[in-house]
Design a protein around this ligand. Structure first.
Ligand code: OKP
Ligand code: ZN
Length: 346
C-alpha cells in the first residue's frame, strides 16, 4: 500500500487517567484511550497507508531532552506510591512556586512529584510508564521513516507530549514526543528542524526545551495565555533567548478564533519556517481547534483541517506528524486524518 505510513502501538491503552479535576468537579478524563482508537479507525477507513508497530529505542534518546530524574520518577512513582500504602494513581500535592528551591530535588516521592510536575491533570498509574515509553517509540519510529526517505509520516502518539518540558510534566503529557523526535532528527544528521505546533494549547514544554537553541525553530498557534491553559507561557514577546533569540514564534489567539484569522497566523508561521531553511518539520498535531471540542474555544471545521494539511505540504519538506490533543472524540479521527489526506493530496 502506498500513501503515508502510520506508527501505532496498542500499549497506549496502558495509560488511563482515573478522572480529571475540571470545571470544579472530578469528571471522567477527557484524555482517554478511545481518542487514539478513533484516529486509528479513521486511518483504516480512508486507507491512508500502512499501519506499523514502533521499534523500541533506548532511554538515552529520551534523556537527550529530559532530565534523568524526571524519567526515573515516571518509571517508579506508582510503585513508590503503593509502597506508602496508598491506592489509586500518583498525584502531586503541591507545586514549585516563586521563591522555592529549584536547585534541590527532594528525596521523597511527594517532593519529587511536586518538583517535576506542574498540574493536577496528569496522574501516573501502575502501567503508565509502558504507555509513555511506547508513545516515545511511536514518535522515534516516525523519525526512522523520514530518515528512510518518506516525505511524510504519522506518529499516532498517546499520551500526548507538548506540555512536557526538560524537567516537568503536566497537561496530560509526561514526555515530549515531538521534542524527542526533533532532537533525534538532529542527532541523525539534520542541521535545522522546525516544530510547528497547531494544537489549541501552547506547547510550553517544547518551548522551554528549545528556548535557548537555534537548531530548532518553534512556531506555535494557540489560545491566548490570558484566557487559556497553560496560562503561564505563550505570549508573543517570547522570542527565544541567547543563541535561541528569534527562533521561537508564538501566535496567541483569542477565544472564538475562526479559520480566517487562524490561517493567517499559519501563513505567517509557514513563511518563517521557509526562511529558516529547515531540513525537516515536526508537526505537533492537536485537533482541539475544532469548533465542537469540549475543552477549547476555536472554531475550525472539518474542511479546514484538510486545508491545513495542504498548506503544510507547501513547505516541500519532510514532515513528521505527531499526535497531540483533540477531545471531541467522535470527530477527532476525521479532523486528524483530514490534515494527513490534505497533506498527501497537495
Ligand atoms: C493537552 B493538549 C485540569 C484541566 C486543564 C488541561 C488541558 C491539557 C491539554 N485537569 N486542562 O494540549 O491538548
Ligand atoms: Zn491541546
Amino acid at each position: 500500500m502506498n500513501g503515508m505510513k502510520t506508527i501505532f502501538s496498542a500499549d497506549h491503552l496502558l495509560h488511563q487517567s482515573p478522572g480529571e479535576l475540571i470545571f470544579g468537579e472530578f469528571l471522567p478524563a477527557f484524555e482517554k484511550p478511545e481518542r487514539a482508537e478513533l484516529v486509528l479507525g479513521r486511518v483504516k477507513e480512508v486507507g491512508l497507508g500502512e499501519i506499523r508497530p514502533p521499534e523500541s529505542f533506548p532511554v538515552s534518546a529520551i534523556t537527550r531532552v529530559h532530565a534523568p530524574g524526571l524519567v526515573a520518577l515516571l518509571q517508579s512513582a506508582q510503585a513508590e506510591w503503593e509502597g506508602l500504602g496508598r491506592t489509586g494513581a500518583a498525584y502531586p500535592y503541591t507545586w514549585m512556586s516563586r521563591g522555592m528551591r529549584e536547585d534541590r530535588v527532594p528525596a521523597g516521592l511527594d517532593g519529587r512529584l511536586a518538583y517535576y510536575s506542574f498540574d493536577c491533570g496528569t496522574p501516573i498509574t501502575k502501567t503508565s510508564w509502558q504507555a509513555i515509553k511506547s508513545s516515545v517509540d511511536v514518535a522515534l519510529s516516525g523519525v526512522a521513516l523520514l530518515n528512510s526517505g518518506e516525505r511524510g509520516a504519522f506518529s499516532l502518539c498517546r499520551p500526548p507530549g507538548h506540555h512536557a518540558g526538560a524537567d516537568h510534566y503536566g497537561g496530560y503529557c509526561f514526555l515530549n514526543n515531538a521534542a524527542i523526535a526533533a532532537q533525534k532528527l538532529l542527532d541523525d544528521g539534520a542541521k535545522r528542524v522546525a516544530i510547528l505546533d497547531v494544537d489549541y494549547h501552547h506547547g510550553n514544554g517544547t518551548q522551554q526545551i528549545f528556548y535557548r537553541r537555534d537548531d530548532v525553530l518553534l512556531v506555535s498557534l494557540h489560545g491566548h495565555p490570558d484566557q487559556e491553559y497553560p496560562y503561564l507561557l505563550g505570549w508573543e514577546d517570547e522570542i527565544g533567548a541567547g543563541a535561541g533569540e528569534g527562533f521561537n514564534l508564538n501566535f496567541p489567539l483569542r477565544w472564538g478564533t475562526a479559520w480566517p484569522e487562524w490561517s493567517a497566523a499559519l501563513e505567517a508561521g509557514l513563511k518563517r519556517i521557509t526562511a529558516y531553511g529547515a531540513d525537516a518539520v515536526v508537526v505537533s498535531l492537536g485537533v482541539d481547534t475544532y469548533k465542537d471540542d469540549p475543552i477549547s474555544h476555536f472554531l475550525l471545521e472539518h474542511e479546514h483541517f484538510t486545508q491545513m494539511g495542504a498548506r503544510i505540504a507547501s513547505l516541500r519538506k519532510p514532515v513528521l506528524f505527531v499526535m497531540e490533543g483533540g477531545y471531541a472524540v467522535a470527530e477527532i479521527g476525521i479532523n486528524a486524518v483530514n490534515v494527513l489526506t490534505g497533506f498527501e493530496g497537495a
